[in-house]
Ligand binder design. Structure first.
Ligand code: SF4
Length: 623
């Protein structure tokens, strides 16, 4: 059956056919598809044929609410498809906790534990009326409503509020009826969440087809999800909790506060001995040896002390739960960290000391994303897509994808609408970036490129600090244009206001950073953005963490630099450049101020020794 609800554009039939074949062969589709190829609708149509015929579910993994809405909209356009979006547990989905600032600050795990407590009955009455009211609801009626109205997540929450029921709990019995379920990444890549989610949907993992959009983010996400850390601030909170509860002896005169004091000493020592710039790699068994040495105990005793702290933490959490407080214990978290650090494997993790602002921490950073990609191999078939996934072989290897078939589909929009050029006169190479003959020329080129044409222009700096430095050195004064700034730590509303002011400006200039929130998720249609200037190639900083991952990839694939620098850098740059062309009529110029662009073939940039003239030629009378 042909599910495609629109007129086909070139390449879309092939894309859907490729996905359909891959699903039927029970394989994994890895697809780079440029802007305008209709990835969401094509992947749904490619997967739904087999899924509906065989009683399988399509699980669409999203990173943002707007992606979820897009999946619902496209499912609605297809017609005979029931699609629901599930959001993670948060204050927004819990009317019971939402209005209590303390409870609303809880994380998903804490809220889930407290929710179990609320759901319990005492004297025949449930403590949460929003849960109790679900009993009288007809699931069939809700399924009909969803099939008819295709509500977006906020609308579904509103409907539940009107009925005085819990949206999170009401969604669970509905899920087995859905053909497509849009969920955030943690539902699949966090094992505890996945096992519960699989119970709710009513089919095993092997009967699901996974679609991952914006999959270029996946390697970093999967590393982060397996990484854990413990900061000095968390240690202080554990000490305070211990004092509040009368401190506890863990072993022969060693109390919780003694242990915290020793941990802080070790952290300070690690900073002094190993920290270079922002991080430092710790030797194998550093923490456990320091703990044994300073406390004068064996590893078995440390394990016993951890067990004791877990019991203390469990007690504290239990009492808090009874008082309807978030079941949180900092002593428990400390124990979990020490155990995980000591028991964790040495092969896939690098142990670091990190200084973030005034909060130093230990971090066990997971170098291998493949350790968490299992569900993509265990499901029936998976489809991973992005506009910037090349080189596909590297992506497949990095994630450890089995049975992968690859496809590259060019963007649908005329190639001549995008001009990408680079200069060989400057570089952001670490050793040269600050030399006056490089820095001054870079500044002048930037000014000339911006002032040459009156079009909305985004300047992507390699970092906030480099942006600040150029601004301090007078860059803005020498531009004949209004400048808008993306700043460190901006709230979402602040960022959106900057974005909106720039988008609606006439020839405004936006200063932002490559890899920041503007260079990825936001769309600039039509004349909202016509020129993008990339100040240097944003290779990652050579931190201890990066060096460790590089060595790991050297051993695993024989080319650490390629996997840890070249591939992510090119993907980031293509994301930034991709902001220029979002529709058939968009035209734009991308300028790379770094001679090293010559070696990054996937950027498809041409050399130009007079970029301002080239801009004028491209924009013609509008310059
Ligand atoms: S059942 Fe729903 S409303 Fe009640 S506590 Fe749990 S999440 Fe909150």
């Amino acid at each position: 059956m042909d599910y495609f609800p629109y007129e086909y554009r070139p390449g879309q039939k092939e894309l859907i056919g490729f996905i359909d074949r891959t699903v039927r062969d029970r394989r994994c589709a890895v697809i780079e598809a440029g802007t305008g190829t209709g990835k969401t609708i094509s992947s749904l149509c490619g997967a739904l044929g087999y899924a509906k015929d065989h009683g399988m579910k399509v699980i669409y993994l999203t990173r943002t609410k707007s992606q979820q809405k897009q999946v619902i909209r496209e499912s609605k356009a297809i017609g005979d498809v029931m699609c629901v979006a599930v959001q993670g547990r948060s204050a927004a989905s819990c009317p019971m906790m939402r209005d209590d600032p303390d409870l609303a600050s809880g994380n998903a795990e804490e809220m889930s534990k407290l929710c179990s407590e609320y759901k319990k009955k005492s004297g025949g009455t449930c403590h949460c009326r929003f849960f109790a009211n679900i009993e009288g609801q007809s699931v069939d009626r809700w399924v009909d409503v969803i099939k008819r109205e295709h509500p977006e997540p906020e609308e579904f929450t509103r409907m539940c509020e009107d009925a005085d029921i819990c949206p999170y709990e009401m969604m669970k019995p509905i899920l087995p009826f859905a053909d497509v379920i849009a969920v955030p990444y943690p539902f699949v890549f966090m094992p505890m969440v996945l096992s519960r989610f699989i119970e709710w949907i009513g089919v095993p993992l092997s009967q699901t087809i996974m679609i991952v959009d914006e999959a270029h983010n996946l390697p970093d996400y999967l590393r982060d999800v397996q990484t854990f850390e413990y900061s000095e601030k968390a240690m202080d909170l554990a000490a305070k909790e211990a004092v509040d509860h009368g401190d506890f002896e863990l072993h022969e005169g060693i109390s919780v506060t003694d242990l915290v004091a020793i941990l802080k000493e070790i952290l300070a020592y690690a900073e002094k001995e190993y920290l270079i710039d922002e991080d430092g790699m710790l030797p194998p068994y550093f923490l456990e040896e320091e703990l044994m040495d300073r406390l004068g105990v064996s590893s078995t005793t440390i394990a016993r002390m951890c067990k004791a702290m877990e019991e203390i933490g469990d007690g504290i959490m239990e009492k808090r739960k009874e008082r309807r407080k978030l079941p949180r214990s900092y002593i428990h978290s400390m124990s979990r960290f020490i155990r995980a650090w000591i028991d964790g494997d040495e092969e896939h993790y690098v142990r670091l000391v990190i200084r973030e602002k005034d909060n130093p921490m230990f971090q066990a950073y997971c170098m291998d994303p493949a350790g968490a990609s299992g569900p993509l191999n265990e499901c029936f078939s998976s489809i991973l897509m992005s506009g910037t996934l090349k080189p596909l072989d590297a992506f497949v290897d990095e994630l450890g994808l089995e049975r992968a078939d690859q496809m590259c589909l060019e963007g649908m929009f005329p190639k001549e609408n995008l001009l990408t050029v680079y200069t060989d006169r400057v570089t952001m190479k670490y050793e040269e970036r600050d030399l006056p003959q490089n820095y001054d020329v870079m500044m002048q080129m930037l000014i000339d490129c911006i002032n040459a044409v009156h079009v909305n222009t985004a300047v992507f700096f390699p970092s906030y600090s480099f942006m600040d430095r150029m601004v301090d050195d007078g860059l803005v004064r020498r531009l004949n244009r209004d400048v808008h700034y993306e700043q460190r730590g901006m709230s979402q509303p602040e960022l959106m206001s900057v974005f909106e002011n720039f988008r609606t400006s006439d020839g405004g200039v936006l200063f932002c950073v490559t890899g920041g929130r503007i260079s990825e998720g936001l769309d600039f249609p039509d004349k909202a953005l016509e020129m993008a200037i990339l100040v240097g190639i944003p290779y990652p900083k050579p931190t201890a963490k990066l060096r460790a991952i590089r060595r790991y990839y050297d051993i695993r694939f024989g080319d650490g630099i390629f996997f840890t620098s070249t591939v992510p850098t090119v993907r980031r740059m293509r994301q930034s450049i991709g902001r220029l062309i979002r529709s058939e009529t968009d035209r734009g110029v991308a300028i790379i101020l770094d001679r090293r662009a010559v070696s990054l073939k996937d950027l498809e940039a041409g050399f130009c020794d007079d970029i301002p003239s080239k801009e004028k030629e491209f924009f013609g009378t509008r310059s």
